[in-house]
Design a protein around this ligand. Structure first.
Ligand code: NAD
Length: 416
């Protein structure tokens, strides 16, 4: 029997996966978001990952109706795994998707989770839901896998089709089956691991490693800033050593690196150990917008400016360069914090859509002609910002604060 693949969630992870599987298999791409499905049916991907031509495929069905999923024998779950305000895992989406899948499951089906979770979540949290709702027995009637996603939105070099993909299964047969399934549509290396927990842990480890390393460089930047040393120059010099790992200071937001470490901390705490390095690194990165505000306040004073009369323009609203995604963006935190100490703050991002409105914040996609600011903060290194000379936007005693070391050195351009 030919495999029929059901994808639950058509977001940044689910849609490219649905399109790739659709090149070979019949695919049902299901989402609870009606407007998303309507747009996809019209051939429009609001995330701008997939072009219209690829969405128009007879084997690929976009739907809000779960009955269409019933004919599938492989279910791939790519729903969000955010955190609550208290920084603990919010498993409501994955629970709802598991309940839905449980209603559809029949004998010999395989459910693969691709959402990022803590080690143990698939077997300890999701499988019991699948068993309870379906009335079927795990590893006898149905099987489970976990394959973490490495998609890097905005990166055209490391794509779903050329980056190695880790697969795991609830038994050897499922592992082999998933290996061949992914191999049949991806040209990248498929890497088998011996357990679902290892696969879950590997994904979190990748993101924890980045978070901790960026936190370290952020901390060094604060140290060097106080010592009047250019961090960027230090990093360039240090990276001439063969084993120096290259990281840049900056704001860590989004829904992966800024979130996933909390999943691991939560799981570890439930087993009696609070990971100190991971927690401290996460806290430091969370505090960076506040620390940058402090630095800006003191730089303003050095320039003879009184913060409460200053205006500022933040360049970049998204959580990282060259993407329009503003979820959990630390530039927006920076905006909120700066607004409390300065007279006027504006946030400018030509990539994020102008209609994107968060609370009372409007993100402008243009800078008004001849408008000048006391402080310009480059917070996101969008390529398009290379066409802008920030020095032309500052007042006579103003200055530029370049968090990403994006612009060339200049006496009026400070770096983090
Ligand atoms: N975006 C990335 O770069 C990236 C990279 C690697 C891993 N991940 C992980 O992949 C998962 C998905 O992330 P994303 O960025 O694709 O999220 P997303 O918000 O872009 O997409 C998730 C989609 O799932 C839908 N959804 C929610 N509940 C559903 C349900 N019960 N049934 C069907 N659809 C449902 C939402 O409507 C949304 O369209 C998360 O766990 C994330 O951490 C994301």
């Amino acid at each position: 029997m030919e495999d029929k693949v059901g994808i639950l969630g058509t977001g940044y992870v689910g849609l490219p996966l649905a399109v790739i599987f659709g090149e070979k298999y019949e695919v049902v791409a299901f989402d609870i978001n009606k407007s998303r499905i309507n747009e996809l049916k019209q051939g429009y991907d609001r995330n701008k990952q997939i072009k219209k031509g690829k969405l128009k495929n007879k084997r690929l069905l976009f739907t809000n109706s779960e009955v269409h999923l019933k004919k599938c024998n492989i279910y791939i779950i790519t729903v969000p795994t955010p955190i609550f305000k208290n920084k603990t895992p919010d498993l409501r989406y994955i629970s709802r998707a598991s309940k839905l899948t449980g209603r559809l499951l029949s004998h010999n089906n395989i459910v693969v989770y691709e959402s990022t979770v803590f080690p143990g979540a698939t077997e300890e949290f999701c499988v019991p839901i699948l068993e309870k709702i379906s009335g079927l027995k795990f590893n006898k009637d149905f099987f489970v896998g976990y394959s973490p996603e490495r998609i890097n939105v905005g990166d055209n070099e490391n794509t779903i089709d050329n980056v190695s993909k880790i697969v795991s299964g609830s038994n050897n047969k499922t592992l082999d089956k998933l290996y061949s399934l992914y191999k049949s549509v991806l040209s990248s290396k498929i890497y088998k691991v011996s357990s679902i927990k290892v696969a879950e842990a590997s994904k979190i480890t990748e993101n924890v490693q980045r978070d901790v390393n960026i936190a370290l460089i952020n901390e060094l930047s604060i140290v060097f800033n106080n010592l009047n040393i250019d961090t960027n120059e230090v990093l360039k010099a240090a990276s001439t050593k063969w084993n120096f790992n290259k990281y840049q200071p900056g704001l860590v937001g989004g829904h992966c690196i800024g979130v996933d470490p909390y999943y691991l901390v939560h799981k570890s705490k439930s087993h009696g150990f609070k990971p100190e390095i991971i927690s401290n690194a996460r806290n430091l990165n969370e505090k960076m917008p506040g620390k940058i505000c402090e630095i800006l306040k003191s730089k303003a004073k050095q320039h003879g400016l009184e913060p409460k009369f200053c205006s500022a323009l933040i360049m970049g609203a998204s959580f990282k360069e060259n993407v329009k995604d503003i979820r959990n963006s630390k530039s927006i935190d920076l905006y909120k914090k700066l607004s409390l100490i300065l007279n006027y703050v504006e946030i400018f991002d030509p990539i994020v859509e102008a209609e994107n409105k968060i609370e009372d914040l409007r993100i402008s996609s243009k800078i008004q002609n001849n408008k000048k600011f006391d402080i310009i903060v480059l917070s996101v290194a969008h390529k398009i910002f290379s066409k802008i000379n920030p020095l032309e936007l500052i007042t006579k005693s103003g200055f530029v604060y370049d968090i990403k070391s994006f612009y060339k050195k200049h006496p009026k351009i400070y770096r983090l």
